[in-house]
Design a protein around this ligand. Structure first.
Ligand SMILES: Cc1cc2nc3c(=O)[nH]c(=O)nc-3n(C[C@H](O)[C@H](O)[C@H](O)COP(=O)(O)O)c2cc1C
Length: 162
């Protein structure tokens, strides 16, 4: 029995997540980045995370070459940043829309966002249309604020702070 693409997508729309922009540096020394919600923690000791990037993406290809990337966790005011990095724009336009600097491990990091994890690729798995990329975390920054959320094809904000 096979699951139809629409059924699969409908089920995944019910998964609420935060929003990240995964960044890296291209061989041409220019920054690359793309919006990604397929992000997860993997291991605490050593600290590892994963991102799932479509093999057709410019950012994914550059990341697997440089072996360095940053996961920028967006705050609730960064819906526009998420849209900029989600396609229909050049990499130049994307990075002109945010304040960023070069991070300690050689990947661009956002100057304003909720958190940054600077990573080194330690494993990569080809899975269907995507790469599952596991990175070891070398540096972390956390800032004040609320997260940007994504659920049922739309951006959301935290309503319940417990
Ligand atoms: C909310 C949101 C989440 C997304 N999450 C992912 C993801 O986890 N993995 C992925 O490959 N693409 C994801 N995308 C699509 C990419 O952001 C988009 O294909 C991107 O423009 C690719 O950039 P590039 O090919 O220019 O590098 C997402 C898009 C949106 C709007």
């Amino acid at each position: 029995m096979s699951v139809e693409a629409m059924q699969f997508k409908n089920a995944l729309k019910l998964w609420a997540s935060g929003v990240t922009v995964v960044t890296t540096q291209g061989r041409d020394n220019q920054p690359r980045g793309m919006t990604a919600t397929a992000f997860s923690s993997v291991s605490v000791e050593p600290p590892q995370v994963l991102v799932c990037l479509n093999q057709a993406t410019d950012t994914g290809a550059a990341l697997l070459e440089s072996r360095r990337f940053a996961v920028n966790i967006l705050n609730s005011a960064q819906e526009d940043v998420s849209n900029q990095f989600a396609g229909g724009t050049t990499q130049e336009q994307r990075f002109a829309s945010v304040a960023w600097q070069m991070g300690e491990n050689g990947a661009p990091v956002f100057s304003e966002c909720l958190a940054v994890l600077e990573c080194r690729v330690v494993q990569q798995v080809q899975a269907g249309s995507h790469w599952v990329i596991i990175g070891e975390v070398d540096n972390v920054v956390c800032r004040e604020g609320d997260p940007l959320l994504y659920y049922a094809s739309g951006y959301r904000k935290v309503a319940d702070r417990g």
